[in-house]
Design a protein around this ligand. Structure first.
Ligand SMILES: Nc1ncnc2c1ncn2[C@@H]1O[C@H](COP(=O)(O)OP(=O)(O)OP(=O)(O)O)[C@@H](O)[C@H]1O
Ligand SMILES: [Mg+2]
Length: 454
């Protein structure tokens, strides 16, 4: 993309309505525009990051054998009357009546609908299980106080997945499998998200973990053993069909004390050595649940067992806050100049800054680097505007591209351009050819993910 042709409506002033840094930076960098309280348009730059996050979520779900589908945003109220949640959900549910006076609602989550899809399909045997279906779809919750930009919106994008299993044991394997996919997804986004024991809430259930990103602006108070922050999943291979392997990951990542205020138990916490006890704040970026037959039983979602009995399936649901993640990533990764995108989610892989637009040698060097990065599968943003260098650097710093290539006549005289790391601020001189090779090498792990359909 050439900046002269892009739509990047950055703000000069700090927006007054933004109370936290991620909200301020998303507005300033021209990523989102508020349309109503807690309802946003995703401008091109924000939309690009949203798509990158979605792509990671899709890849990691499908790597584990989970199957994508798409359910609508509007749901019939009758489904929710069957589960009893139409009345229970309260004012957070946006209720709508159509011209035929039928009650609809804008879905806050999809347990009822997916259970209906399962029961009305022709799946009738235990042999058709295990099954996990998921989608990434907009949700609406009429939050009483939408705030912090996309962190607590009313309309927000969520990945929600649902497992169907014959037994509790199989469903807990699905639970553990989701834990692994979540650890991998967040790490690919450059985040550490800690699984913490949580409370079932309106979805219900005994087994549930929330994933929290530590940040001062987080809405949850968290209590944990500092050893947990040393754990990383990394690029280890895992057999998702192996109950033992998935269970071992769950044990590794959940055996140390880590709880939110809702489940915090001070007596247990005191058993953690004092030097390792941490009280902090966190942003919830996901949650996994096992809830057994809570929906399958009242709604009649059953299968026939090997013994020939018809039983309700064991289910769980598993959510990732896709749009909230943009805020969480920025809270975890910024400085006073702007955003610092992790390579896994950056909207553009590198920025190219032309220090002397209109000079034929710098123009052609920039064009060549731009074309070669694209030929290597990278997505560069070329600032080809006739602007001062300082203004171009400030723009790149604000929008947070992890790497900047600076091209000027003085360096080019020696066949040199400059590569600058946004995070460290360190620069290195090298030839245009080397800069392309270097960036291709840096991004190889990011681009080399399995080619999986969206
Ligand atoms: N209002 C919201 N705006 C943006 N993301 C949200 C919102 N509510 C929930 N999410 C995201 O969706 C994920 C799955 O939804 P879940 O039902 O677990 O939310 P929740 O526990 O009600 O969230 P919270 O406690 O923050 O209200 C959450 O972990 C969170 O990341
Ligand atoms: Mg939750």
């Amino acid at each position: 993309m050439r900046l002269s042709r892009y739509f990047l409506p950055v703000l000069k002033e700090d927006p007054k309505e933004a109370q936290i840094v991620s909200h301020r930076l998303m507005l300033r960098a021209g990523m989102i525009r508020q349309q109503a309280a807690g309802i946003y348009s995703w401008l091109p730059l924000g939309y690009k990051v949203l798509r990158r996050i979605e792509q990671i979520v899709h890849e990691e779900q499908q790597r584990a054998g989970h199957i994508p589908l798409l359910m609508p945003t509007l749901q019939p109220a009758d489904l929710w009357r069957e589960s009893g949640r139409y009345d229970d959900y309260g004012e957070e549910m946006l209720r709508i009546r159509d011209r035929h006076k039928r009650d609809l609602l804008y879905g806050p989550t999809n347990e009822e609908m997916i259970t209906d899809i399962f029961r009305s399909s022709n799946i009738s045997s235990y042999k058709d299980l295990p099954l996990t279906l998921y989608h990434i779809q907009w949700k609406f919750r009429d939050e009483i106080r939408p705030r912090f930009g996309v962190m607590r919106g009313r309309e927000f994008l969520m990945k929600d997945g649902y497992n169907f299993d014959l037994t509790k044991e199989d469903a807990l394997h699905a639970y553990n499998r989701h834990l692994v996919t979540y650890l991998r997804s967040y790490e690919r986004m450059g985040l550490q998200a800690i699984p913490m024991r949580a409370d079932g809430g309106p979805i219900g259930g005994d087994y549930t973990h929330e994933f929290l990103v530590l940040a001062e602006t987080g809405e949850s108070e968290v209590f944990y053993d500092s050893e947990i922050t040393d754990l990383t999943f990394g690029d280890r291979q895992i057999d998702y069909d192996s109950k033992e392997e998935c269970q071992a990951v769950l044990e590794e990542f959940t055996s140390r004390y880590a709880r939110t205020d809702e489940t915090h138990d001070d007596a247990l916490f005191q058993q953690v050595p004092e030097a390792r006890r941490r009280v902090a704040r966190g942003i919830e970026v996901g949650q996994i649940f096992y809830f057994g037959t809570k929906y399958s039983e009242p709604m009649g979602a059953t299968v026939v067992t090997p013994e020939g009995n018809r039983v309700p399936v064991h289910m769980g649901s598993h959510g990732i806050g896709v749009s909230r993640l943009l805020g969480a990533i920025i809270e975890a990764s910024h400085d006073d100049k702007g955003i610092i995108w992790p390579e896994g989610v950056t909207p553009f892989h590198a920025g190219i800054v032309n220090l002397k637009q209109g000079d034929s040698s710098t123009d052609s060097a920039c064009n060549a680097i731009y074309a070669e990065l694209q030929a290597r599968g990278l997505d560069p943003l070329y600032d080809d505007r006739d602007e001062r260098a300082g203004a171009k650097f400030a723009r790149m710093d604000l929008i947070g591209l992890p790497w900047r290539v600076t091209v000027g006549p003085r360096g080019l005289a020696n066949n040199m351009v400059e590569l600058t790391n946004r995070r460290t601020g360190e620069s290195e001189e090298m030839s245009p050819k080397d800069v392309v090779a270097r960036l291709a090498a840096i991004y190889a792990p990011v681009l080399n993910t399995a080619a999986i359909d969206k």
